[in-house]
Design a protein around this ligand. Structure first.
Ligand code: GLV
Length: 378
């Protein structure tokens, strides 16, 4: 490797190791191994010894090795201190969400849209059906030994709700929201969506899909609402006291996006005060892991309100082996492209995060980024 060989730092060995997981299909094992070898030809790759290095450890390695590009996932916080180290030019995450990375005006950030939209949509639909039919509650009921001979099958036992006549509200019609529409449209229910943009193309494809420009209308009318918007300054606590209070009694709120989109304190307060009565299906939380005190608050609410069904899972909507492998492969491919890049044209090939989408339209704006100066010296 020459003196100008870029240095890539991976914040975890998992990005290559996932290829050895027996659950990953051969095709994706091959994909990771191939991009891994390409990356190692283009760059000096330094891999963190542990899967979760501390910020101090990351700062130390990145500073000492003059790292150019960092690879991470949402379990790693890439802080302002880290991206302020002058050698760093770009950060690539294997997730679609980028809220674990401090956005620095001179640093390119890439993510992995596309590869995980389908699996998150599957998970969203599973949460909805599981909640409507109380699958988790019924499973616990049986395993807790409550299905005794006295508890006979009867027409009105263990009844839930089907999807007939429901209105489904989608908040955010990006890639994930669209995948959800494709899955639920055949149910024949009315699907309403709110987004900053109306999609005529989706409405033409799915006649039961309607645009609600007014988000309040969406919250007032829907029996099920699922959230598919990213977390940034403009969406922090977007689903707050006001929108929550508009929700219909026994409507279902599903979140597989980011916890911070919902104002958790307001949600707990409204449920406790019986100002709202909604079912929940959550995979993401403002603080992760979900703090024991917050879980206790939800436990207290369900004890008082057994009519409300809360299904909580530990941020796992993308957790199928092949999707996780593809997330890793896509991130490694982004790093490979960054390491090999020489001009603004190369940025067009990358999955830059939405706040940097302007770079695709206005490639000259890259001149304000550190990577541009690096190209000049190449
Ligand atoms: C999952 O939460 C992701 O952002 O990839």
């Amino acid at each position: 490797m020459s003196a100008t060989t870029p240095v890539v730092y991976l914040a975890s060995p998992v990005f290559r190791e996932i290829a050895d997981n027996p659950k990953v299909s051969v095709k994706y094992k091959f994909m990771i191994n191939k991009v891994w070898s390409n990356l190692n030809t283009a760059a000096e790759v330094i891999v963190a010894e542990s899967r979760f290095p501390s910020t101090e450890e990351i700062v130390q390695t990145v500073t000492e090795k003059e790292v150019d590009f960092i690879g991470c996932h949402l379990g790693h916080r890439i802080t302002e201190e880290i991206v302020s180290i002058q050698s760093v030019k770009a950060v690539s995450t294997s997730n679609v969400g980028w809220n674990h990375i401090h956005l620095h005006p001179a640093i390119v950030v890439t993510n992995t849209p596309g590869v995980l939209a389908g699996t998150i949509a599957d998970y969203t639909v599973s949460l909805i059906l599981a909640n409507l039919r109380n699958i988790v509650g019924l499973s616990n009921y049986l395993w807790n030994g409550k299905w005794t001979p006295a508890d006979k099958w009867d027409l009105d036992r263990h009844i839930g709700k089907n999807t007939e006549n429901l209105t489904y509200g989608i908040l955010g019609l990006g890639q994930i929201g669209r995948e959800v529409v494709q899955r639920v449209a055949p149910w024949g229910i009315h699907i309403a969506y709110h987004d900053i943009f109306q999609s005529m193309e989706m409405e033409e494809r799915f006649p039961n899909l309607t645009y609600y420009e007014d988000v309040e209308q969406l919250f007032k009318t829907a029996d099920i609402i699922s959230i598919h918007i990213p977390l940034d300054e403009s969406t922090q606590h977007f689903v707050g006291e006001h929108l929550l209070q508009l929700m219909r009694p026994h409507a279902l709120l599903v979140n597989t996006a980011r916890g911070g989109v919902i104002d958790t304190a307001a949600l707990i307060r409204l449920l406790k005060n019986k100002d709202i009565a909604i079912h929940l299906a959550l995979d993401v939380y403002e603080d992760e892991p979900l703090p024991a005190e917050t879980l206790d608050e939800f436990r207290e609410i369900t004890a008082e309100r057994p009519d409300l069904r809360f299904i909580f899972t530990p941020h796992s909507a993308t957790a199928d082996a092949d999707t996780r492998a593809r997330m890793s492969a896509t991130m490694l491919a982004n790093l490979n492209s960054l390491a090999r890049s020489t001009t603004a044209r190369d940025i067009k090939e990358l999955n830059v995060v939405p706040p940097m989408a302007f770079l695709k339209k206005e490639p000259r704006m890259i001149e304000d980024f550190r990577i541009f100066r690096w190209w000049q010296g190449k």
